[in-house]
Design a protein around this ligand. Structure first.
Ligand code: ATP
Ligand code: MG
Length: 530
């Protein structure tokens, strides 16, 4: 029995994916079960919208909690009863020191703490005071309930940790029922025990909390005894995975929300078009250890690329349209060209696109005075149009500013792909769209949100933002089939990258998010930074 215990104070990120895959994965592997438990013990920072988003994200990743969706707040009464038991046993007390004093009395790593003057209150007095805390008779911060363990312990977590504090705010689920809320360590340990968790898998920063975890289990007669086991967090280069920082990016409007496709959140990755299978495969490759490490972003991107290479259909679109007129093609004559949807998987079928006298190619595929190995189109040069004919550039037209706006070309009618003249070879093949039938499309070229491997390195991650993390191309043209793409569906735009139709754009608007480019343009940079 395992659990994934998110606090509903933000969206899930790629680090959480590791914990989700581990907890749900281990349960699946050993015929167990996994709970999705919301750790909703701090109503100040938490919100139901996060609960909803987290449920969607876990389901999207491919995991099913069945009827095991719980909240720490489901156990508020049981937790309160356990606190009363601790008081009865003399192992918890109400402390009237304020927060600063508690900190001061706690001591340091090298100096032991001192006992609070309220530590030796009688059981009866503590029971009465705790009951009054619950009834709201004290102000926030006036007192807390603390475990009575050992102020001289070498482990600061055992120096009478706080178990309950007063918070006079309504809770998203329990409303005004409670004005005292349990601390994480207390609520988490006991929730594990209530749910019969056998393996409480958590990240390494909780290693020092394990003695407290075990102490609580020792003190209380609980139906189950869970065991805490730690593993290292997933850190990913070129991004941040702290909810506080992600929250800041949203609040400051640096990104367009938690599901901005540049965010390392599961919602962002979904909107960008990352397949859940690829995220899981990436997590599998990362593995689980106790060693702190940082994984390269390229590793996640290549898992995405590999999956999409197999699963995404191919389509044609031009980012910077350059008009091509085929001078020897009869005006008004339109031919149908059949293109495979996937070069390696005939079962994915074909589609038909029209071909005629006026076409568009990508401006990048033409060069007036190209360097040596340019195998695309140049004046007097030839190139094959994907799935169609070989054309030759015979002349060009410029606008007033001198920019090339039209290519006058001839087409070799004997070279139709699949036909008898298809054998004639030229060095380059480029993509194109037919001018009459092309549909306008907005391409959002997403790149990494940060331009350095460790955004925190310079002290302020906001200084490390990549100014080109989003480039919008608003006048691209695509073959008509693109208009049929379902929101969230991904295709490869040939020679360009994988793109996913944005699921949040206005109906009818054809907006594609670049999921990942075809090749890793960051590989060199990353190699030199590690
Ligand atoms: P914060 O970012 O504010 O420190 P958190 O990431 O710990 O918060 P939680 O909602 O408490 O947020 O996390 C839920 C679970 O996910 C915890 O069990 C936590 O250990 C795990 N987790 C969080 N970040 C990572 C990470 N980077 N790698 C692996 N597991 C993680
Ligand atoms: Mg946490």
């Amino acid at each position: 029995m395992t659990r994934f215990p998110p606090e509903p104070n933000g969206y899930l990120h790629i680090g959480h994916a590791k914990s989700i895959c581990l907890n749900f994965g281990v349960a699946e592997e050993f015929g167990g079960r996994c709970f999705l438990r919301f750790d909703d013990t701090n109503p100040l920072r938490e919100d139901e919208t996060y609960v909803q988003a987290i449920r969607e994200d876990v389901a999207w990743l491919g995991f099913d909690w069945g009827d095991r969706l719980t909240h720490a707040s489901d156990y508020f009464q049981r937790l309160y009863d356990c606190a009363v038991t601790l008081i009865r046993q003399g192992s918890a007390y109400v402390d009237h020191l304020d927060a600063d004093q508690i900190r001061e009395y706690r001591g340091t790593l090298t100096a032991p703490g001192r006992n609070s003057p309220f530590r030796d209150r009688s059981v009866a007095e503590n029971l009465a005071l705790f009951e009054r805390m619950r009834r709201g008779e004290f102000a926030e911060g006036e007192c807390v309930l603390r475990a009575r363990i050992d102020m001289a312990s070498g482990n600061i977590n055992l120096r009478d940790p706080t178990l309950y504090r007063i918070r006079k705010v309504a809770h998203q689920r329990t409303g005004e029922t409670w004005c005292i809320y349990p601390m994480y360590d207390f609520a988490h340990t006991l929730s594990d025990a209530f749910e019969g968790i056998t393996h409480s898998l958590c990240t390494l920063e909780f290693e020092d909390h394990r003695p407290l975890y075990d102490w609580l289990l020792d003190q209380l007669a609980l139906p189950h005894r869970p065991q805490q086991i730690e593993f290292s967090r997933l850190n990913l280069a070129f991004t941040v995975t702290s909810k506080r920082k992600l929250n800041q990016l949203v609040d400051k409007g640096i990104v367009a929300g938690w599901d901005d496709p540049r965010m390392p959140t599961l919602a962002g990755m979904r909107r960008r078009g990352y397949p859940p299978e690829a995220v899981r495969e990436f997590i599998r490759r990362v593995g689980v250890t106790k060693k702190e490490n940082t994984i390269e972003m390229g590793s996640l991107e290549s898992a995405v690329r590999e999956h999409l290479n197999t699963h995404a259909e191919r389509r044609l679109a031009v980012q910077r349209p350059l008009r091509v007129v085929l001078e020897n093609w009869p005006a008004g004559e339109i031919e149908t060209v059949t293109l495979p949807n996937h070069p390696a998987d005939a079962a994915r079928g074909t589609r038909e696109v029209s071909f005629g006298r006026e076409l568009y190619i990508d401006a990048d595929d033409f060069h007036e005075d190209p360097p040596g190995k340019f195998h695309r189109l140049k004046p007097g040069g030839e190139v094959r149009l994907r799935g169609a004919y070989i054309i030759r550039c015979e002349g060009l037209e410029r606008d007033a500013s001198g920019q090339v706006v039209v290519l006058r070309c001839s087409v070799d009618l004997d070279t139709r792909s699949g036909g008898s003249g298809a054998a004639r070879k030229v060095k380059g093949t480029i993509h194109w769209v037919h001018a009459d039938s092309a549909v306008p499309v907005e391409l959002r070229l997403y790149d990494r949100l940060f331009s350095v491997a460790d955004p925190d390195e310079g002290g302020d991650y906001l200084q490390a933002l990549n100014p080109e993390s989003l480039v919008v191309v608003s006048d691209a043209l695509a073959e008509p089939a693109l208009a049929e793409l379902a929101p969230g569906e991904t295709v490869q735009l040939e020679r360009s990258g994988y793109f996913t139709r944005d699921a949040r754009s206005a109906e009818g608007a054809l907006v594609l998010n670049r999921t990942v480019s075809l090749r890793d343009s960051w590989a060199k940079l990353e190699a030199s930074s590690t």
